[in-house]
Design a protein around this ligand. Structure first.
Ligand SMILES: [Zn+2]
Length: 390
């Protein structure tokens, strides 16, 4: 799944394309979008997916002064401000020029979270595509952000006027505030300050290489994109480019400490509600999801006890607050909610599970400290005013 720029008809709009863990754009109508940045901060984008007249859902800004996702993400990455009209973009390289390109795609990574309780998508951004009339470039979000952080860390050696602007960028990002037009303004003043500081630099282009040049930062060789398994099969072109980068660098595509892989490892690819093992087969895409208990968007808790490994069906049943875990003493049990028993037929519920079923220890992580947190579960049920079935 990704957010894509729709060129047709004057000013471009953004739409949601593809699917992710069973969700499609149509199913996300009315949902809000949050962005989980590599700095760990979750920011509300104030964008909602609304159906357009054509019936295709488009992202709409809730703000009085609409501020599109392309401008938000570009300014966070310290990229020049993009346009909203594709027809008026530049030709040729470098693509990233002030008002000379569009940010045409934002890829969703494996830790993108869909929280049905409050209809929020928390995007785990993987890559952005930048497009002008003749050229395109793809940038890995985490790699680019690490470069920005390296500039933050070394900024004391920058000329005073440049340093003070980089410091404004850092402070804005550290504040955790939703991104507004202040941030592209900071990037633009940075571009202006660099004209005199770096004579060889092409005005109004990407300021990051000029900053790295001033600071003597050498780019590390190696992949700039996330590994192919984080990009996903819906993005074959970016995936192939990433695979090429990783082969060149001879680095395996393991995603390491990602929440989803930690959960799958802790549960051995087993659904904690039905006990089915639906993963761990190299040739088959895993059928278990890492479901968050408390949503990132509110709590920012990216640890195994805030998660539970669930198959697609049980992820839905949990997310929709129909069948949920609850502790009975030290035993983890499953409970139907009143929402389930009042709205679904008994024979349907029987296919989902058994009320007050005791989850066998072996369906849960071997280390009890990794079991779903009682505290987080109770917090969730209080937040949602969940009533268990009798
Ligand atoms: Zn299951």
């Amino acid at each position: 799944m990704h957010i894509g720029f729709q060129r047709s008809g004057g000013r471009g709009e953004y739409e949601v394309v593809g699917s992710h863990t069973g969700y499609t754009a149509i199913g996300l109508e009315g949902w809000s979008f949050h962005l989980r940045w590599p700095d760990g901060i979750v920011r509300d984008t104030d964008l909602v997916l609304e159906p357009a007249d054509s019936g295709k859902p488009r992202l709409r800004s809730l703000r009085a002064q609409p501020f599109q996702i392309g401008r938000q993400v570009a300014s966070m990455l310290m990229l020049p401000d993009p346009r909203r009209e594709y027809a008026e973009t530049s030709r040729g390289l470098p693509v990233a020029r002030h008002k000379g390109y569009v940010l045409s795609r934002l890829g969703f990574g494996p830790d993108t979270e869909f929280t049905g309780f409050n209809d929020v998508v928390t995007i785990d951004p993987t890559f952005v595509d930048l497009d002008n009339l003749t050229d395109k470039t793809t940038i890995g979000v985490v790699h680019r952000w690490r470069r920005v952080e390296a500039v933050y860390a070394a900024m004391d050696s920058l000329p005073d006027n440049v340093r003070s602007i980089v410091s404004q960028h850092r402070n804005f990002m550290a504040s955790g505030d939703p991104i507004n037009t202040t941030l592209p303004g900071i990037v633009l003043s940075l571009e202006r300050a660099l004209v005199s500081a770096v004579p060889a630099w092409v005005a109004e282009t990407d300021p990051l290489p000029a900053l790295e040049h001033l600071l003597g930062i050498k780019l590390q060789t190696g992949p700039s994109l996330p590994p192919p398994d984080e990009i996903g099969e819906e993005e074959p072109v970016v995936s192939a480019r990433s695979a090429h980068e990783y082969r060149l660098a001879k680095i395996r595509g393991a995603s390491g400490r990602k929440f989803s892989s930690s959960i799958r490892a802790a549960y051995g690819n087993r659904c904690a509600f039905c006990g089915g093992v639906y993963g761990g087969v190299p040739a088959v895409r895993s059928g278990v999801d890492a479901a968050h208990i408390l949503a990132w968007s509110k709590y920012d808790l990216d640890v195994v006890p805030n998660g539970i490994s669930l198959c697609k069906l049980h992820h839905w049943a949990f997310d929709a607050a129909l069948l949920v875990p609850a502790y009975e003493g030290t035993a983890c049990t499953l409970r139907f909610t009143e929402l389930a028993t009042e709205n679904f037929a008994p024979d349907t519920l029987a296919k989902l599970g058994v009320h007050q079923f005791v989850v066998p220890d072996e369906w849960l992580p071997a280390d009890r400290s990794l079991w779903p947190s009682k505290k987080y579960l109770e917090r969730l049920y209080a937040d949602l005013a969940i009533e268990f079935a009798a």
